[in-house]
Design a protein around this ligand. Structure first.
Ligand code: PLP
Length: 366
């Protein structure tokens, strides 16, 4: 096969992904993924029992009328400001295709979600990387924001990715910082809020509040993380009506199945369950961070506001050591902005699993 030039140039790229392929990890204790440790609302199963023959036989609603209405209520926007996707990852892939031309530049503050760089490369475009500092626990300071603005303007960047809170560091960017980027550049800005419910389950502090007629902003959300529904593949984007109109014209008409639409609607209605999940996660996370911080030689990255924690050992290769003990963690040893620093990322799980992780790490770090 002779793939086209965009694919050929992409195949040469080396982008470090932490997703594992091809191996059987059934015997492993897994801390590598980013989903919530808690089950989704039991109402989702009740909804499944109500499915009829037509729900399987007929095409799904291509306008996602009910679900857009519900999202609009939650975020206090119009349904016409919402586009939906097969996981927010679909939008991450779609955005460079919509806003970039071959040879254009994007910008990202690293370390961050690898898929931002991945999707830009597939357009035969480059990403300008702004590196946060290890000695500041990878915080996104005003100094970093000013540098990002300067480099975006200097490089005539078309697209800026902001991950808020950031994956894998768990750091947060303030609305004021995002606003200063929007005010000081002409770039199309993506604020990926895949992990935002962990900070604010009320949806009130979202960058959606910055849209206000701006055509160069889209905010991404997903049901994969705090809602605990990565398997149904449902994400969405919120932006100005004109912007969303363009995205909707690129959306495949049936990119969300009837089943995923029904489940998504049910969980978005059960906000009480979401709040409980967040409270339980935050409690378990504080306990886990306390335990990890007490282990000698372990460096735990600052104030994570999400359900994942980035860590390393001063001298040992934690990924290798944990792997030998059949514990799988997300491998950030080659990630952009973390090269050769030997970081791994773990997810907060239930109490017995977290205790198990602490026990294994204590043994390794003896
Ligand atoms: C920051 C961030 N954005 C987006 C996604 C994509 O999530 P999904 O496609 O499941 O909605 C992920 C998943 O790991 C993520 O960490």
């Amino acid at each position: 096969m002779n793939p086209n030039r965009l694919i050929q140039s992409y195949l040469k790229e080396k982008i470090s992904s932490y997703l594992y392929k091809g191996e059987n990890f059934r015997e492993f204790k897994r801390f590598d993924m980013g989903e919530s440790a808690f089950p989704f609302t039991p109402r989702a199963f009740e909804e499944l029992k109500k499915l009829s023959e037509e729900d399987f036989h007929d095409y799904p609603d291509p306008c996602l009328f009910e679900i857009k209405k519900r999202i609009a209520e939650l975020f206090n926007v119009k349904p016409a400001m919402i586009t939906t996707a097969c996981g927010s990852d679909e939008l991450v892939e779609q955005i460079p295709r919509i806003v970039m031309n071959e040879g254009d530049k994007a910008l990202a503050i690293v370390p961050t979600f690898f898929r931002f760089l991945d999707s830009v490369s597939r357009m035969n475009c480059e990403t300008v990387l702004i590196k946060t500092k290890e000695e500041e626990d990878f915080a996104i300071t005003d100094e970093i924001i000013n540098l990002a603005i300067k480099e975006a303007n200097r490089n005539k960047v078309k697209l800026i990715w902001i991950c808020n809170p950031n994956n894998p560091t768990g750091t947060i960017i303030s609305s004021q910082q995002i606003k200063s980027i929007l005010d000081a550049t002409d770039c199309f800005v993506v604020v990926d809020e895949a992990l935002h419910e962990f900070v604010d389950p009320t949806h009130k502090s979202s960058a959606v509040n910055l849209i206000n007629g701006r055509k160069n902003l889209i905010v991404l959300r997903t049901l994969s993380k705090a809602y605990g529904l990565a398997g149904i593949r449902f994400g969405f984007g919120i932006g100005d009506e004109d912007t969303i109109n363009t995205f909707e014209r690129f959306r495949l008409p049936y990119n969300s199945s009837t089943i995923s639409q029904k489940i998504a609607l049910t969980v978005l209605k059960d906000q009480e369950h979401l709040r409980k999940t967040i409270n339980q996660t935050n409690k378990l996370k504080s306990e886990l961070i306390d335990d990890l911080s007490g282990i000698s030689g372990l460096h735990v990255v600052g104030q994570t506001v999400t359900n994942t924690i980035l860590l390393k050992h001063v001298s040992k290769d934690l990924f290798e050591e944990l792997y030998k003990k059949k514990v799988l963690v997300a491998d950030f040893r080659k990630a952009n902005g973390l090269e050769d620093k030997k970081y791994v990322r773990v997810v907060v799980r239930n109490k017995p699993m977290n205790d198990f992780l602490v026990k294994v790490l204590r043994e390794i770090c003896l």
